[in-house]
Structures are given as C-alpha cells and as structure tokens.
Design a protein around this ligand. Structure first.
Ligand code: SF4
Length: 193
C-alpha cells in the first residue's frame, strides 16, 4: 500500500471535502430543480361530489372537471361511509369514464346478424317495451278460481328484473311498485356485482 505523507494527506482531505461540497451543491441544485412549484393538475378545476355507482356501499367521490374533461375522481374525505377510501372498482371511475372502450349508446344484434349495431335510445326503449309485453303475455300464470274456471292472473314467471346499486330508498320503492304492476315477482333492487 503506498505511503501517504502528512502534506499529501492534508491535500487529499481538502480535495475530498471540496469534491463532497461540490457534489452536495449539485444535489441541492438538482433537488431545487425537481422541487419547482409546478401547478397542481387540479388547479382551476370545478369540484362536485357524487356516489360511486358500482355497488351498494355508496362511497362518496370528489370529482374534478376542467373544461369538458373529467380529470380526477378521488374518494371524498368527509364522506361518512368511505372517508376518502375507495376500492379498486371505485378507484377506476375516471379511467372508466374516459375510456374509448366505454359504451355510450345502445347496441342491437339483429336476428340472424353477427355484429352489434348502434341504435337510438328511443328505438332501444321501444324494443325493450315490446319485448317485455310479449314475454309477459306469453308467461302469465294461469290458475283455477273458486268456480273452477281457469283464469290468468297478473304474475309472470318469464321475467327477472335487476335493479341498480345507484337507486335510493324512494326509487327502490317505485321500482318495486313498477315490477309488481307488471306482474314481475322475480326481481332484486341491487345489482349484486
Ligand atoms: S364499488 Fe368500491 S368504491 Fe364503489 S361504492 Fe362499492 S366499495 Fe365503494
């Protein structure tokens, strides 16, 4: 091992301290550059609040919109149910909303067809209403009354109705009334996904 004289040792130490100071200065400069106060992504965005629609837990969401663009969905920290937390489904709300794959209009596959084609909401609602009526007419339950006559009653076994995790108590009440008026007895108000 080469011998280090006292003078060389002092020079070496001074050079090391200088190099170390320079490196530290560079590090601070780098840190300063990295810490530049960039504006927040959400600066200037309008805030509104909603409920995650994926399940009946009903977590609160803080929604940020800039222009016409949804830029952020986060758990609403003051919401009594989730207190800012979201599960992976709720966490993906923004991505789902902004996805190019998101379906935003009804599609129909015509009889004999092999592809889905877009139709208007009015057409879709008419088709569904006609289908509900057809199935209902064909699947009404028959029974025998006290006089021995066969009668058709307002009960269909041909339809199952699935509600939504987004509807509230009053809407569930109306949904139940609507189903019973149709004769649909197989239904659940909650989309159990
Ligand atoms: S899907 Fe997740 S985030 Fe959405 S309401 Fe249910 S628990 Fe909450």
């Amino acid at each position: 091992m080469p011998k280090l004289s006292r003078r060389s040792f002092m020079k070496f130490t001074a050079a090391s301290v200088a190099a170390s100071a320079l490196a530290q200065k560079r590090a601070y400069a780098k840190t300063d550059d990295n810490n530049k106060a960039f504006p927040l992504m959400t600066a200037g965005a309008a805030t509104s609040y909603g409920i995650c629609h994926f399940c009946s837990v009903g977590c609160g969401i803080e929604v940020k919109v800039k222009g016409n663009e949804l830029i952020s969905t986060e758990g609403f920290i003051d919401h009594p149910i989730n207190q800012g937390a979201l599960c992976p489904k709720g966490r993906s709300l923004k991505e789902m909303h902004n996805s190019e794959l998101r379906l935003t209009h009804p599609l129909v596959r015509k009889p004999g067809g092999n592809k889905w084609e877009p139709i208007s909401w009015d057409e879709a609602i008419d088709k569904i209403a006609k289908k509900v009526k057809d199935v209902r007419d064909k699947s009404f339950t028959k029974t025998v009354d006290v006089n021995g006559n066969t009668v058709t009653v307002n009960r269909t076994e041909g339809i199952f109705s699935l509600g939504s995790a987004e509807i509230d108590n009053e809407e569930v009440y109306l949904y139940t009334k609507f189903n019973r008026a149709l004769g649909v007895h197989h239904y659940t108000h909650q989309a159990e996904v």
